[in-house]
Design a protein around this ligand. Sequence first.
Ligand SMILES: *Cc1c(COP(=O)(O)O)cnc(C)c1O
Length: 399
Amino acid sequence: MSYDFAPMPDENGYFGEYGGQVIPPQLKEIMDDINDAYDAVRQTDAFKQELAALNADYTGRPSPIYFASRLTEQAGGAKIFLKREDLNHTGAHKINHCLGEALLAKHMGKTKVLAETGAGQHGVALATACALVGIECEIHMGEIDIEKEHPNVTKMKILGCTLIPVSRGTRTLKDAVDSAFEEYLKDPVNSFYAIGSVVGPHPFPKMVRDFQSIVGVEARAQFLEKQGKLPDIITACVGGGSNAMGLFTAFLNDEEVKMVGVEPAGLGLDTPDNAATLTLGSKGAIHGFECYNLQDGEGNPLPVYSIASGLDYPGVGPQHCYLKDIERVQYETADDKECLDAFMTLSRLEGIIPALESAHAVAYAMRVAGSMDKDQTILINLSGRGDKDADFVAEKLGL
Ligand SMILES: *Cc1c(COP(=O)(O)O)cnc(C)c1O
């Protein structure tokens, strides 16, 4: 199947029937301003060079591709490779879009950048980018996540951002989004809402994807150079879907490359405690855009769950919804138990402690590699490192 991703989304921000701007008219004007500023600035050499220089000298790009030989041996089939986004400054892929968003906010003359955070990774990456660019930063975070992700909370404070604890509702990511968005609506002219994934109203799914697409562009060239061919399968975990879109975008036209997004099955797909939005969800609107949703009978978002805070979101990026419907990407799940097993296995066989989010993709690769030929290959986007999860996992497993 051929897939031309360049024109996606259309001018109204739609990927097929998903995306768009499900927002009040005054906010639509603001979003259209951001879209116009983005479309204009991303073409300029000055912006491209500034971002490229920061990606190289600040973040440490390109991140390497690593052949995980001991993991491959244990899985007993296809060769498993890792795209090492965990080695980026701040420890995850999120710095890729945070630098882009902070630079754009500065370019637009905004005085404050606002955001929500789940695992704290987006908060740390954004607070980092704002410190670098020299712009005020305010982060909203659920109280449950604040307890669970203590090291990231401390880092955000050190980096100089204002941290707002969110005590309403589920006290996790979904309510942090609502809280940050309400604050943003008080002054959308002077502030910039830096969304942490390929979600939200147009143009955010497009912008965040574009800033993340460097992951796949690098990976595709690196893999071709090292292996002389493209990978048979590329895979990434899917929460909102930014690291997955980052990897997938450069491969969309490569029909021979199978793409697999991995959602969190949590305690099981037959329990309410999961966040497998594409697998179990239905169509609806959330946070200003149309996508698959985990919702109740009245269209309200369900309280979702994953062992990985960064994946427990009841919506998902609109481009993923489209790619699922046209069957260009396959969406699978991994549960908490498989995720913990993958976390420990990668740590002990390769000396690489993955983020619990990324461990979902590792779990999927371990599951399928054994039934593939030894000359076949799987490339995993290792979206982040597991320092933030180490204490939590040790306690959970009684280490
Ligand atoms: C936030 C996060 C994710 C989930 O976000 P996506 O937008 O789905 O990529 C995945 N991995 C890590 C390490 C994260 O911090």
